[in-house]
Design a protein around this ligand. Structure first.
Ligand SMILES: Cc1cc2nc3c(=O)[nH]c(=O)nc-3n(C[C@H](O)[C@H](O)[C@H](O)COP(=O)(O)OP(=O)(O)OC[C@H]3O[C@@H](n4cnc5c(N)ncnc54)[C@H](O)[C@@H]3O)c2cc1C
Length: 326
């Protein structure tokens, strides 16, 4: 905090650097001083304190994806972290960095919105807690002020018996940025919906909750018809853009399809099977080569082995041609 206060706008906070270094390489950031926050113990906590989940800003996506605590208390956040980039990006990238970048396609953000998360910020005037909706102001715009540091994200764990899912549609299986995504939490009482939270990603400038869709579900029997109507309302609440990854119309269509694939619907049968089941991911031709994952996807042992901190590569020597060697 002292360093940030001393250097003002000449300093930037860096965590994993997976977004910030891209900004430097494109010449969008020229701050001469970087303040590395990854070794501050308070920013590395991941625990349940006084009934609330506290996730330090420097917790990596790899830790979110493999945390035993999160797999019980907020499995949709683990699922989202598991779908970020590649093992290298998950090992370096942090939840604080995702919040700092505030990209509408950031995978952790819809689950945090569905979990009603609050962002804890330390600044020159002390600490404050901001609801996520007030923290994220637009693409790459946040409520952070000069000298501010994101300390942690706080939210309540899922209530007992509630189901949840994070669903992402990307243009290929790995390292794909979401074209559309949805985080859904649902709870039932006597066969009727008594808890419904739906957050959409990559279909609006800000990650937002589909409140009309949530309201339409409350008190309804949890059947296909209620979900189809809610999915339609969710799609209507989106304000998508057209870009290289998809048109606005396609994104709106995806929002509807992803919400219709609520927790527990169309499970099993592997990724390809899931992508083909239920409503089509393509408006005309059916599911394409999309990657879509739903329901708890516990990391496989083989994958966990790859989630280790990177070691520097040993310098490779040029082979000496036989003639010169002689
Ligand atoms: C190849 C590649 C693939 C990717 N794929 C995905 C993907 O599939 N899904 C996805 O969501 N993202 C993806 N990303 C984006 C990126 O990995 C995430 O946004 C990541 O979480 C950023 O975290 P970081 O720790 O690296 O942030 P950094 O790059 O260190 O920082 C990002 C921003 O946040 C600020 N910041 C960081 N920590 C704090 C803090 N504690 N307080 C205040 N400000 C802070 C920094 O100043 C900077 O402005 C990808 C990136 C790459 C390079």
């Amino acid at each position: 905090m002292t360093l940030l206060a001393r250097h003002g706008d000449s300093a930037r906070v860096v965590a994993g650097g997976t977004d910030l270094l891209v900004e430097y390489s494109k010449g969008r950031c020229r701050a001469p001083i970087l303040v590395d926050v990854t070794r501050i113990p308070q920013l590395n906590r991941l625990d349940l304190t006084d009934g609330r989940l506290v996730i330090g800003a420097a917790v990596t996506h790899a830790r979110l994806a493999t945390s035993e605590l999160l797999s019980r208390a907020a499995p949709l956040l683990s699922q989202a972290a598991w779908q970020i980039g590649s093992p290298q990006v998950r090992n370096r990238g942090t939840i604080g960095g995702s919040l700092g970048t505030a990209s509408p396609s950031g995978d952790c953000l819809p689950p945090l919105a569905a979990l009603d998360a609050e962002v804890e910020i330390a600044g020159p005037d002390g600490r404050r807690l901001l609801p996520l909706a007030q923290f994220m102001l637009g693409p790459k715009r946040t409520a952070l002020r000069e000298g501010d540091l994101i300390v942690a994200v706080r939210c309540l764990p899922l209530p007992p018996g509630a189901g949840s899912a994070y669903l992402k549609f990307g243009l290929r299986q790995g390292r794909s940025i979401a074209v559309a995504s949805a985080a859904v939490i649902v709870g039932l009482s006597d066969g009727r919906v008594d808890l419904a939270r739906i957050a959409l990603g990559a279909v609006s400038p800000r990650i937002g909750r589909a409140e009309a869709a949530e309201r339409s579900l409350l008190g309804q029997p949890a059947g296909v018809l209620a979900w189809a109507a809610a999915a339609q309302l969710a799609a209507e609440s989106a304000v998508p853009i057209s870009d290289v990854r998809g048109t606005a119309g396609y994104r709106r269509h995806l929002a509807r399809v992803l919400v219709e694939r609520r927790p527990g619907a169309g499970r099993g049968g592997g990724r390809a099977g899931r992508a083909r089941r239920g409503a089509s991911l393509h408006p005309r031709r059916g599911a394409g080569r999309a990657s879509i994952a739903a329901g708890p996807a516990p990391p496989r042992r083989r994958d966990l082995c790859r989630e280790r901190p990177l070691r520097p590569l040993a310098r490779r020597r040029e082979p000496v041609p036989a003639a010169r060697a002689a």
